[in-house]
Write a protein that binds this ligand. Structure first.
Ligand SMILES: *Cc1c(COP(=O)(O)O)cnc(C)c1O
Ligand SMILES: [Zn+2]
Length: 448
């Protein structure tokens, strides 16, 4: 049986729509718009059964164990025979099946009580239980697969930490070079040490993540290098498997909400694309709403979406968003030297590179955007810990974001909610400092 797709790249702007072959390494169309991976054939619904059964197979086929590649027919941009194990081994990049393997939704009763919803309707999915400790492994497996497909010798990324850990890990495993651009002094030590451990070349940039991204893109173009940031459309393909796993676990009964912290908005974009495709293919009958949670100190999307800048609520508007409004927002940041500021460094981003795809996802899913404070995020992080699960501060945004939306009655008490915990704790002192301060809601201070 062959499952060959006609895969290609297509500009997301419906008024432009330029197309490129899958072998292209452009991350934008020639007019500067973002690109999507497109498939001209519909994967048949019978595959649902095949995919479920893959999880129960013996360990011989790592691509069936992998939480990313078990869905390979739904992201078959390599256009291979997905049932031919040799062909899979030749093309698909996997850390021996470990990416996405441990991630599924869990009930966490203390977190449910904290947010104010019944435990049966509330799920959290810890993507921190990926091999490098964050959801980034899902998208990195596919981005590095494409890098290999086009014979790239070096992958390049800018990172708030977790991207560099994931990129370094896969690059090391595949024997290719990896350059990571980081904002000097603004990376959690546990993330930075992973990049070193995996043998990546660190380039320290004076400035913030947005500056590091700009330099990495410039250098990749000048000196050659394959960019694996989430503006890479192949990253987005792998990250579709995060909602795929939630939905598979819920037997393809769509929840009412899927909730993410928002940084560069790769997750928002990939969740939107996954839901658009599943709906179009008839795999889901209902479209879950996406909620994106920004940090108060890094709230570009929330400010624009909720009309807090110049009073206009920015929308995708069927592919005709007010990009001038975004430009004016960024000029205003520059003019006033406003820098994104939050202790949750993973979402300390002022210029979300995927904002256009993020807006599209919000429009398709009738989504909402809100903000939470640093101290709220810490409470969200801490309550996850009290259920015996680990997550980092940025992931805590998901939990308190849900709490806030429930208190505002945007999320209703009997809605079914899946929250994504994006990464594992890699900043050891954050929980220590939190628990030492008895004023914190969930603190358990040490005794002597
Ligand atoms: C990268 C990252 C985010 C931000 O995700 P985006 O897809 O860029 O919005 C959030 N949490 C953690 C732990 C991350 O590593
Ligand atoms: Zn275009």
């Amino acid at each position: 049986m062959t499952m060959q797709n006609d895969a290609f790249l297509k500009c997301i702007d419906p008024r432009c729509g330029l197309e490129y072959p899958i072998s292209s390494t452009n991350v934008k169309c020639e007019k500067g718009h973002m690109l999507d991976v497109k498939y001209s054939k519909k994967p048949s619904e019978n595959l649902k059964e095949v995919i479920v059964n893959r999880g129960r197979m013996d360990g011989d086929v790592i691509f069936n164990e992998s939480g990313v590649w078990k869905f390979r027919e739904l992201l078959n941009f390599c256009q291979i025979d997905t049932f031919n194990v040799e062909e899979c081994s030749k093309y698909l990049v996997s850390l021996d099946g470990a990416e996405g393997r441990q991630s599924k939704p869990y009930h966490m009763s203390k977190a449910a009580k904290f947010v104010g919803i019944s435990s049966e309707n509330f799920w959290l999915q810890p993507e921190g239980y990926n091999p490098s400790g964050s959801f980034k492994d899902n998208g990195m497996a596919t981005a590095v697969t494409h890098a290999k497909l086009v014979n790239a010798k070096k992958i390049v990324c800018a990172s708030t930490g977790n991207t560099s850990a994931a990129a370094g890990m896969f690059a090391a495993n595949e024997g290719i070079d990896c350059d990571v651009y980081i904002p000097a002094g603004q990376i959690a030590p546990g993330k930075l040490s992973q990049a070193y451990q995996f043998g990546a070349q660190i380039i320290e940039v004076d400035g913030n993540f947005d500056d590091a991204l700009k330099q990495s893109l410039d250098d990749a173009e000048k000196f050659g290098g394959y960019t694996v940031n989430s503006i890479n459309p192949f990253r987005i393909e792998g990250q579709k498997t995060i909602p795929f796993r939630s939905l598979e676990y819920l037997k393809w009964e769509a929840p009412d909400w899927i909730v993410y912290p928002g940084g560069a908005l790769g997750n928002t974009s990939s969740c939107g694309k996954a839901l658009m495709e599943l709906y179009e293919w008839g795999w889901i009958k209902k479209i879950p709403r996406i909620a994106v949670i920004n940090a108060e100190g890094a709230s570009t999307l929330s400010d624009l979406y909720n009309g807090e800048f110049e009073g206009e609520e920015l929308r995708w508007n069927k592919g005709n968003p007010n990009s001038e409004l975004i430009n004016r927002y960024y000029s205003n940041l520059d003019a006033k030297s406003l820098r994104p500021h939050t202790k949750a460094t993973a979402i300390q981003i002022g210029r979300p590179a995927n904002i256009m795809k993020g807006l599209r996802a919000l429009e398709f899913t009738n989504g909402v955007v809100t903000t939470v404070s640093d101290s709220e995020m810490l409470d969200g992080m801490a309550v996850v810990g009290l259920n015996g699960f680990d997550c980092e501060m940025a992931s805590g945004a998901t939990v308190v974001g849900i709490k806030k939306l429930i208190s505002e009655e945007i999320i209703k008490k009997d809605d079914v909610v899946v929250g994504i915990l994006t990464g594992r704790q890699k900043d050891a002192m954050i929980p220590v400092d939190y628990h030492r301060n008895h004023k914190n809601t969930f603190a358990i201070p040490p005794k002597n």
